[in-house]
Ligand binder design. Sequence first.
Ligand code: ADP
Length: 497
Amino acid sequence: MEKYVLALDQGTTSSRCIIFDKKGRICSTSQKEFTQIYPKSGWVEHDPLEIWSTQIEVVKEAIDKLGISIEQIDSIGIANQRETTICWDKNTGKPIYNAIVWQCRRTSDYITQIKDSGFDSVIKEKTGLIPDAYFSATKIKWILDNVEGAKEEAEKGNLLFGTVDTWLIWNLTRGKSHITDYTNASRTMLFNIKALNWDKEILDRLSIPINMLPSVKPSSTLFGYTDKDVLGKEIPITGVAGDQQAALFGQCGFNPGDVKNTYGTGSFILMNTGVDPIMSEHGLLTTIAANPEGDDVQYVLEGSVFVSGAAIQWLRDELQIIESSPESEELALAVEDTNGVYVVPAFTGIGAPYWDQYARGIIVGITRGVNKNHITRATLESIAYQSYDVIQAMKQDSGIEIRNLKVDGGASANNFLMQFQADILNTSIQRPLYIETTALGAAYLAGLATGYWKDKDDIRENWELSKIFKPSMDEQEREQLLKGWQKAIKRSFSWAE
Ligand code: ADP
């Protein structure tokens, strides 16, 4: 009887389930979108019950589609949207407020207070994060301060906090496990990433009772068993990681210097830096990698580009110069270069390594001959330049040379973009056959703990290359183009100040 590993991929807009076989091949998938709730400008929420119901429905659907019995599921892995915060009643299992989503800006004022008081340096040193409303800590505080009776119930020990993984495990085990993994804990801004425990000083500062918090484990170990009433059988949940760390694991980013870039709406770049956490001097985040139990804890440097694939959507939806995202490649290849044009898609400011929230988008270098092909090409190139800037910062912070870059996400399908990225970085790029690396990473973590996969080498054998992009640009041209980009991006700074 063939066995499979089931991965839950709980994302920001949809819940997905993918079933993998031993070769890491996708055997069945199912996906359901859920409601995005915007109660006020800048606020984003999800209904935790809808997260749970869509997730369990897709699990059942994926199993049915494949036509296997529940006995054939070896184990379950979970990859999830990170930082999103849920608080629920320990006795009834009912959420006391909607999930406050990572994108939600409602707690910006708390962050300003933290920064004004100088406590930000303590937080950075202990958690590896630059204090921001993005992380869970101030979201929990907001719930305690704003939901009636929450503070009292929390102090009495009747309230539980969890990131989305914790919430799903709690429901899958019918309240038997209140647990998370290091990668998710490291995004709460409450977890000491060196001591590997919840940090008393930060908790006290934010008045968050420690008894609300889940226990924390490595990413590949036993987190609990699904309750018999949920799927008809007790199945071990043995892999858990935040989505970006799961993707790095799914890309077999096991060694220092391994880097992956996920080109989605934004780009998320993670570099494995080994067993010592490196504190960035360029505004990158230090966070924990997905590690199996028994292995030394490894760390990553993380940087993100706010607008990457979204810039292609902008060409499609606002400028309407392409009909579909893939069409951008045709237009870019119809010209030899951008004719001197640079697009800087700083629609919402610029992140690492510049950190200018008042930067805004610009198009520079326009002359009479510039047409939509040039603009499209320059927009694609901007995705590569922005990633280049983050990767340069990683190299400088870590002193580690990057051997190659592994890519995934929707826009990694664009061959022009990938070749240009390889050229600008002067580094080879490997695109795997299966770009569902987030779910795959969760599955690998789960299957490693049960022995479904023997070890990391066993997993590495599954990694199949679809295409390699080798740098082929001459050095002079590369330097020239980068110089132009650096000039262009500076023009975008402080625009909206
Ligand atoms: P997310 O998970 O953030 O929703 P996906 O990984 O599904 O993102 O990727 C979707 C993004 O990739 C969109 O912004 C889309 O414009 C972009 N995209 C998809 N295909 C291409 C392509 N062939 N060329 C350029 N961009 C693309």
